[in-house]
Design a protein around this ligand. Structure first.
Ligand code: ADP
Ligand code: ASP
Ligand code: MG
Length: 480
């Protein structure tokens, strides 16, 4: 790891560690080494941490099994969460006294988990509020592990449970932060610590309502937590440490020759995250844009890599596509009929019927003849949305103005993104010819109004090939 000899930098720096980066004793040790190696250069350092990888999924599974009355499953789940943490603590380089104290601390949280699950089993159901209370426990356990190791190495630190500082509305599982309250609390709690050189180790992912009820910011929400704190603290930067070298031209699990992109704009990354690139939570960029706080995506296991810097500077990809993404588990809904031609209000009624079901529309495409409207929604909402549309449009369906409302399940949205394609003709042609060369059937098309993206809907079976074709032919080989 690079040694830091520069002058101390007195503006706060927020470092967030994702699940794999703190997913084992070795990873926690590496993360702590990163923090300690930068502390002299950045004395006002805030650490934000996720749960150990896989733990949030296991916690949520315990809650659901308890609601289903599946005692055996949820108690096994709790034991597995417990042993993951106990094995980790046994392998951390801690003194005996510290190890015992940490184990007792984590056992108290495991006991809380058992109590929550027993209550859920008795009630026979779990609310979204209950799911948030349980999901939050993974982060609460992990910040204690990280802080114990920092403390052992002689660094003053304090665990902070973000319910104390990130204040949100009560939209459980997808809570929205209340900016002013959050800023006030964050400054009141963190400023004195930072001024004293104490490293706050803050739980990612979680917040609380003004009444103090725990909420979560949505899956993968620790990135968002770090950005919120970066904004509140007027940080010089936010660094998210993960398990890849930066933001890449495609998901490296699908495209093995994906490359790291050195520089990207907030807009491009927002679009990427919205269209399924799992590397950052889709709302992460929002708090950073106004103050232009740069966000770096770095690799915990390869910290000397140049990484990716995201800021308000556009990427240097004139006329180019920066990356390709995919959103899975979505359905294409089509409202079709010759009688729709020129009838005002059908589109508005269609979308309000969808909104009534709280389903988010990920992409819209209308043919110019106005004979059909198609849009893409998460497959989980398909059945409810179709019923809602059939009720709303019952009169038109009966008269035959609308022939059918139907859903095509098992489709995928593949999106090409790049600020460089703005006002540059020909990029879409390259995409279509790349996809056409493999005889892939494109079911629908939409271009984002920002002109940063073009989306294609394809069958699930064609998704990976479509992503690879666009990657190879347009991003890598394309003479752009
Ligand atoms: P963390 O737990 O550190 O937040 P995540 O698993 O949430 O990490 O996100 C990082 C993962 O995102 C990578 O391991 C990679 O597989 C996946 N990923 C998907 N698309 C991209 C992309 N375009 N660039 C980089 N990583 C991507
Ligand atoms: N632990 C949470 C999750 O799995 C938050 C995060 O990973 O950022 O969704
Ligand atoms: Mg993540």
């Amino acid at each position: 790891m690079a040694k830091n000899t520069a002058q101390p930098n007195m503006q706060p720096l927020v470092m967030k560690f994702g699940g794999t980066s703190v997913g084992s004793a070795e990873a926690i040790t590496q993360a702590v080494n990163i923090v300690t190696s930068y502390h002299a250069e950045y004395p006002q350092l805030v650490v934000v941490a996720s749960a150990m990888s896989g733990i949030t999924n296991q916690l949520l599974a315990c809650a659901r099994d308890a609601a289903d009355g599946n005692w055996k499953s949820y108690t096994q789940g709790i034991s597995s969460i417990e042993s993951t943490h106990m094995d980790t603590i046994s392998a951390l380089a801690l003194s005996d006294g510290k190890r015992q104290a940490l184990m007792a601390d984590i056992q108290a949280i495991i006991k809380q988990l058992r109590n929550y699950c027993a209550s859920i089993e008795t009630m026979g159901e779990v609310t979204t509020r209950g799911l948030d209370a349980i999901a939050s426990l993974g982060e609460r356990m992990n910040v204690r592990q990280i802080a114990a190791l920092l403390d052992e190495q002689g660094f003053a630190c304090r665990t902070i449970e973000a319910d104390e500082i990130i204040i949100t509305d009560a939209a459980y599982q997808n809570a929205r932060p209340l900016r002013e309250q959050t800023r006030k609390r964050t400054r009141a709690v963190l400023d004195p610590l930072l001024k004293a050189g104490v490293i706050p180790v803050v739980t990612g992912f979680i917040g609380a309502t003004e009444k103090g009820v725990t909420t979560t910011l949505g899956r993968g929400g620790s990135d968002y937590s770090a950005a919120i704190l970066g904004d509140c603290l007027d940080a010089q930067a936010v660094w998210t440490w993960t398990d890849v070298d930066g933001v890449m031209t495609a998901d490296p699990r699908i495209v093995p020759d994906a490359r790291v992109i050195g520089r990207l704009s907030f807009d491009e990354v927002s679009e990427m995250a919205y269209f399924g690139a799992k590397v950052l939570h889709p709302k992460t960029m929002r708090p950073l844009i106004e103050r232009n706080i740069p966000l770096w995506v770095k690799n915990t296991f390869n910290p000397d890599h140049p990484a990716t810097c995201i800021s308000n500077q556009p990427s240097q990809t004139f006329g180019k596509l920066s990356c390709v993404t995919a959103i899975r588990d979505v359905s294409l809904v089509t409202v079709r009929g010759k009688g729709m031609l020129g009838v005002p209000g059908v589109a508005a009624r269609t979308f309000s019927a969808v909104a009534d079901r709280n389903a988010s529309v990920l992409m819209i495409s209308q043919s110019s003849s106005e004979q059909s409207i198609c849009f893409v929604i998460p497959s989980a909402d398909q059945a409810e949305v179709i019923t809602s549309l059939e009720v709303e449009l019952a009169y038109e369906l009966e008269r035959g103005d609308i022939d059918a409302v139907h859903a095509t399940p098992d489709v995928v949205i593949v999106t090409g993104i790049g600020a460089g394609m703005r006002r540059t003709p020909g990029v879409s042609a390259k995409i279509f010819s790349a996809v056409g060369a493999k005889d892939i059937n494109i079911i629908a098309i939409a271009q984002g109004s920002s002109e940063y993206s073009i989306s294609l809907v394809v069958d699930k079976k064609d998704a990976d090939l479509t992503v690879r074709q666009i990657h190879t032919e347009v991003i890598i080989n394309g003479k752009q």
